[in-house]
Design a protein around this ligand. Structure first.
Ligand code: PGA
Length: 253
């Protein structure tokens, strides 16, 4: 059974106080209302990781994640945050390769391969994001691009390391736009990703991997997206900032 995950990517939002309130509300609702084995992950800004982690307590059902880490181990990199620092907080996940990092901070596949390595080395589970911009989809190049993104940043891993990684397919044109992929588009791309991974690592490794969909997931569309056989959950941006809507999304899985 693949691990089902719903992750909330808070991006650069909330004050500390607001972050603690949101985490408290989500935690209460998820504990009361969500049954089963879905794992909920709150991806908070760096300054709130520890505080939100303390709010959530020791449950293995709700965990915290960073949204990025440095490709460097340590040293003179002013303003950067290393994988080992994140790990030392007791945090277990880190988002890597989000399209906003690729677009605004120039992160490319080669750099992301380094970040994946340093995250895995320090025992963090990367949530690796891939996905195509609108122009690429319109030119029908989306499958080739996503395969390339996966090859560049993940294909150097051995099977055991790959299995410690979560993949998130996030079409760039669906992020923050209110324009979600149809469940068919999501399923088709997730199947392509899984097949591509199977071609290198074998079917059983590919079948064991959690592949999340991201891009304008909401309480209204989550059920349909999550019902696709290759969609194992979601990476939720805007809708994760509202505790009730986020909980409804978690309940949709
Ligand atoms: P969105 O963001 O749900 O607001 O589209 C998703 C993401 O960027 O992970």
């Amino acid at each position: 059974m693949r691990q089902k995950i719903v992750a909330g990517n808070w991006k650069m939002n909330k004050t500390l106080e607001e972050a603690n309130i949101l985490a408290t509300e989500v935690s209460g609702m998820v504990m009361d209302e969500v049954k089963g084995d879905v794992r909920v992950i709150l991806c908070t800004p760096f300054p709130y990781l520890l505080s939100v982690k303390n709010v959530l307590g020791n449950s293995s059902r709700i965990l915290v994640s960073a949204q990025n880490c440095s490709e460097h181990e340590s040293g003179a990199y002013t303003g950067e945050v290393s994988a080992s620092m994140i790990k030392s907080l007791g945090v277990s996940y880190v988002i890597l390769g989000h399209s906003e990092r690729r677009q605004y901070f120039g992160e490319d596949g080669k750099l992301l391969a380094k970040k994946i390595d340093v995250a895995l080395k320090h025992g963090l589970t990367p949530i690796f994001c891939c996905g195509e911009p609108l122009s690429v989809r319109e030119a029908n190049g989306h499958e080739a691009l996503v395969k390339k993104q996966i090859e560049e940043s993940l294909f150097h891993l051995d099977a055991a390391s790959l299995q410690k990684t979560v993949i998130a397919y996030e079409p760039v044109w669906a992020i923050g736009t209110g324009k979600t992929a149809t469940s068919q588009q999501a399923q088709d791309m997730h199947a392509v990703i899984r097949k591509h991974l199977a071609s290198k690592y074998g079917q059983s490794v590919a079948d064991s991997l959690t592949i999340l969909y991201g891009g304008s997931v909401s309480a209204a569309n989550a059920k349909e997206l999550f019902s696709c056989p290759d969609v194992d959950g979601g990476l939720v941006g805007g809708a994760s900032l509202k505790s009730r809507e986020f909980t409804e999304i978690v309940k949709s899985i």
